[in-house]
Design a protein around this ligand. Structure first.
Ligand SMILES: Nc1nc2c(c(=O)[nH]1)N[C@H]1C(S)=C(S)[C@@H](COP(=O)(O)O)O[C@H]1N2
Ligand SMILES: [Mo]
Length: 258
């Protein structure tokens, strides 16, 4: 069975009635608890409950944050080191002065925000460790706009389950980099759209003008060159259907939690 196959039922379990169901069984069946088979059933139910609870707690925990002294002297740039659409190149030429982030899809009020508008919003700064599957890590300082503020401003539809990030680097004709996360990560306090790195403007090689930091997941989820954010009920509708460029191209896990 693939890892992806294992994850889906677990997600279903968390959102379904199973949690409430086993809770009810635990509450008032004294006669039944005399039965060994039924006691075993309850123990299993409780184990699932604890596991599910641990899973939820794990997802909302903060990634470690570090001090300035811990920052890596060099931070590798990986994957694309620039966007490469004609639009992106035009934005580079005028220093992103006319660039706008689009937020649309299943939202009540689609938004278009300039870099200046994003920078004027409340921001978060965090010194975190970036872990790439290729076997390197680096600690850097990021500042950016919390994604939840943007989603709240756009007003998500109740159907929204995932947030998709569309990027400006193409890996083949019609194959742009993209990524997607669920709402737990989208509303996580450390999930920001960073426009600053290590106290400077975000460099092009690290994703200018805007890149995702989703600190509880591996490097490939941290989309650089984000042009558009789309709320959706299902990431299977996009590109290769697996929720991200690496997920489509090389069967990487959609959920890359660390
Ligand atoms: N748009 C885009 N985002 C991307 C990539 C990419 O190639 N294109 N590479 C990913 C990978 S594998 C990693 S490890 C990080 C690297 O971020 P960095 O260049 O700031 O180190 O960006 C991620 N986001
Ligand atoms: Mo990576």
């Amino acid at each position: 069975m693939t890892h992806r196959g294992l994850v889906l039922p677990r997600r279903k379990f968390l959102t379904g009635a199973a949690l409430g169901g086993s809770g009810l069984l635990l509450s008032g069946c004294d006669a039944l608890t005399e039965n060994a088979g039924f006691r075993q059933f309850l123990r299993n139910g409780e184990a699932l409950n604890k596991g599910a609870q641990r899973l939820i707690m794990d997802r909302s925990a903060l990634a470690p944050e570090f001090s300035a002294a811990d920052m890596s002297p060099t931070f590798k740039a990986n994957g694309s080191v620039t966007g490469d659409t004609p639009e992106y190149n035009a934005h580079v030429a005028d220093k992103f002065a006319r660039w706008q982030l689009r937020i649309d899809g299943m939202v009540r009020k689609p938004l278009s925000l300039s870099l200046a508008q994003l920078m004027a919003m409340p921001s978060r700064e965090q010194i975190t460790r970036h872990d790439c599957v290729e076997g390197w890590s680096a600690i850097g300082k990021w500042r950016g706009t919390p994604l939840r503020l943007l989603l709240n401003q756009a007003g998500m539809s109740t159907k929204t389950r995932y947030i998709v990030f569309h990027c400006a680097d193409m890996w083949a004709p019609d194959v742009p980099y993209y990524e997607s996360i669920d709402l737990i990560d989208a509303f996580h306090p450390q999930t920001i759209l960073a426009w600053s790195m290590n106290d400077g403007v975000l460099p092009i090689r690290h994703g200018a003008p805007l890149r995702l930091r989703v600190e509880r997941q591996l490097g490939y989820k941290h989309a650089k060159y984000v042009m558009r954010i789309e709320a959706t009920d299902d990431f299977k509708k996009f590109y290769g259907g697996n929720g991200g460029y690496w997920e489509d191209a090389h069967d990487y896990d959609w959920y890359a939690g660390i």
